[in-house]
Every structure is written in C-alpha cells, then in structure tokens.
Design a protein around this ligand. Structure first.
Ligand SMILES: *Cc1c(COP(=O)(O)O)cnc(C)c1O
Length: 404
C-alpha cells in the first residue's frame, strides 16, 4: 500500500497495479451456459432475424421490467434513431449536453436539431425548469437521460411534455434494472431505451432495447428495425437494419441469470469506495437511493478543486500513472463536440452547470473485475494525492495540452 507521496507513480514511483484497472470492463456470465446456447443456435442454423433466443430475450426483458413490449435491437444508438423516428420527432428536440454523444447524434443523424438544455448540478439530470425555457414553436420532443442510472425528474418532465404537447422519451442506457418510485425504468414516457453495450454492466456484446407500453409504437418499431418487412416479399414502411442477432440474445439470456450477483458486486464496490473516500476534503462520491432498485454500475466522484487542492484532470493523471484508468465522463459535453460546437458556438452560455460538471466529474473502476482490495488501493492513492496536493503541485510537470 502506498503511504507517502514518494510512493505515487506520477513522481516516478512504480504503478500500484501491474495490469490496468479499466472503467467499463465487461461483466461476463456463466460461460458453460453461454457455450450451450451458442451450440444450440449453431445447431439450429438460425443466427439472426428474430430467432428463438431474441424472442425469449424480449419476453424475459418485458417480464423483468413489467412492461408490455420490449423490442431488442442491435445497439441503443440505432434504437434511439428508430424510436424517435417512429414517434415523429422532427425540428428541435430538447436533450441534455451532459450525456454520451449518441443521445445527440441519434437526432442529428436524422437532421433533427438537438437543443442542449442545462442540468441540475445535484442530480446531473435535465433541470425541468430549464427545459421549459428551451421550448420553441419548432420543438417536438424531449429526451431525458437517466444519467448514472439515477432517474430524471420524471414527473416534472412528463407534466411539461403533456402541457406543451411534446413527446417524451428517456435514454435509459445507464438505468437497466433500476426503479423510480417502485416502478421499473422502462415504463415511463412514450418509451425508454436501454443499452447493452459491452461497457454497460449488463451486455449482449453490442445491443439495446426499447421498452414501451404503447402497442402501436411497438408494432411500428418492429417494422422499422426490419427494413419495413411485413411478410416475406412485402415492405410497407421505410426501415433500417436494427435487429439483434441470436448470439447477442444468447449472451443477454445468460447475463440475466447472473444479474443479481453482478448488482450485488457493484453495490459492495460502491460501499467500499464510500468508506475508502470518506472525509477526503473536496471529494464527493455520487450516492444512489437505496430505497429504489439500482444497478450501482457507476462510481462517480466530483472533485472540488478549491477544497481538494487538486483538480479533476490532475487526479486523473495521478491515477493513470498508477494504472487506474479513471475516465472523465462526460467530457467535454456534447455541445463542445462536432458538429454541435460549430453549429452552436455559444451554446455554453446557457449551460453553466453542465460546463462546471464536465470539469469536476470522473468515473472510477468497478464491476466484477474489481475487488475490495483494489478499491482500498485506489482510495489510498486518491487520499495521498489530496493530502499532499500542495507538494504535488510543486513537483508535477505541467500537463501537455489536451491530456490525458
Ligand atoms: C452507451 C450509451 C448510449 C449508446 O449505446 P450503444 O448501445 O453503444 O449504442 C447512449 N446513451 C447513453 C447515455 C449511453 O451511455
């Protein structure tokens, strides 16, 4: 264990970890069960096109979420494109900038303008009062993002959408398995979109799903994700290829069987970080509501540079030197990325909280690849860096621009 500042790798010491500790390392379920299923699908020679595993996966998901329909797709980005198109989103759609770029790109790809709205700094989610102020005659919808899996203010957003005649959906890429006031995420708005990408705590290699209680919307999305085919030779709608493959569904079915164990590990890890980071000045671990179902898949800390004596980017540098590959999520914010940065060079003026958050927030490694002993070490490194921030500042070489 590192106990003095001289032990820190950034001052030319040895890294705490020989192997890198990644954020978003995939959780993998029971291999034997997975290989059995892969053998099954190979024996059947039914590899894609709504095979038995995809059908079973959709049914399991719908039961788990308590939702009428779950449409499995190839990834969450295409799922967002399909659901927004099926709902007739056009013109302008209000989204947070504090999200993964896919939320905005799914709209821009269809020449719908994402209008970036600021977030509530305490929840990191869309601020409903600010949403209201972004509505124009061109606005057709709102996409709320349940950032880090913590549900948006669903009631306030639903009220605004209903009163202003807007469609509301949620990007629930982080929120699979979570609940809001006792009801599973997947049941809110017109639809909710999950990601099962390898970096999410539950994965199908690549994959996603749209959950909805709207029969017509589900039917329309089923057509659209399969080229608009209504029968072998009949196409009745413009469509794309948004299908999930059988091997992805096999991974999903297998992963569902160990979902509770993975969540228990995430929860244990989150608690270990909570203990390990306790009382470090200027550091705040993002908390989850233990009264709701929660996947605890992200360990998010906010660094207050004044109180910690070190800023987020410096702390990330210190950790990277130790082979702890912490990430700056979401940095720099969608409005600072192309094409939005060029389209709306002054968007930041209306996003003060987002701009602050993108400088303060970072994500630490968790999941089944990380254990309590490793977390103790990560916390010890962070504590050392904060305790000795003044000396670190004197000795650190200024970081090259644009790093890490
Ligand atoms: C991961 C993610 C997506 C995209 O999911 P894919 O399945 O990789 O397309 C969209 N939105 C958010 C908030 C995400 O974190």
């Amino acid at each position: 264990m590192k106990t003095t500042i001289e032990d820190l790798a950034i001052l030319a010491g040895a890294s705490a970890f020989a192997m890198p500790l990644h954020v978003g390392r995939p959780n993998i379920g029971d291999r034997t069960r997975l290989f059995e299923r892969i053998n099954d699908l190979l024996d059947r020679r039914w590899l894609t096109n709504y095979g038995p595993f995809v059908q079973e996966f959709e049914q399991r998901l719908a039961e788990f979420l308590g939702v009428r329909h779950c449409v499995a797709m190839c990834n969450a980005t295409v799922a967002l494109e399909i659901v927004t198109r099926a709902l007739g989103f056009q013109g302008e759609v209000i989204v947070p900038s504090f999200t993964f770029i896919a939320t905005a790109h799914a709209l821009q790809w269809q020449e719908i303008t994402p209008v970036f709205c600021d977030v509530d700094p305490s929840t990191h989610n869309l601020d409903p009062a600010k949403v209201e102020a972004m509505i124009t005659p061109h606005t057709t919808g709102i996409i709320g993002v349940h950032v880090w899996g913590r549900p948006c203010n669903i009631e306030a957003l639903s009220e605004i959408a209903a009163r202003r005649g807007l469609k509301l959906i949620f990007d629930a890429a982080h929120a699979f398995g979570n609940s809001y006031k006792g009801r599973m995420i997947g049941n809110f708005g017109a639809a909710e979109v999950f990601s099962f990408h390898a970096t999410k705590f539950f994965n199908t290699f690549e994959g996603g799903a749209v959950a909805t209680n709207d029969d017509d919307l589900a039917a329309k999305m089923r057509l659209m994700k399969n080229f608009g085919f209504a029968g072998h030779d009949t196409v009745i709608h413009v469509g794309t290829n948004g299908k999930m493959s059988e091997i992805s569904a096999a991974m999903g079915l297998t992963g569902l069987e160990s979902l509770d164990e993975v969540i228990a590990v995430n929860r244990r890890n989150h608690q270990a970080y909570s203990v390990g980071l306790q009382d470090i000045p200027g550091l705040q671990l993002l908390a989850y509501n233990d009264n709701e179902r929660c996947n605890y898949q992200y360990v998010i800390i906010e660094v207050n540079q004044k109180a910690a004596g070190i800023d987020r980017d410096e702390l990330v540098r210190v950790l990277h030197a130790e082979n702890v590959l912490a990430r700056r999520y979401f940095y720099p914010g969608c409005h600072e990325m192309e094409p939005y940065r060029s389209h709306f060079p002054h968007a930041g003026l209306l996003l003060p909280e987002t701009e602050q958050l993108t400088k303060r927030v970072m994500s630490l490694p968790t999941g089944t690849a990380v254990g309590p002993h490793e977390i103790d070490t990560v916390c010890a490194i962070i504590r050392l860096a904060v305790t000795h921030s003044q000396e670190l500042h004197r000795r650190l070489i200024p970081e090259p621009k644009g790093q890490p």
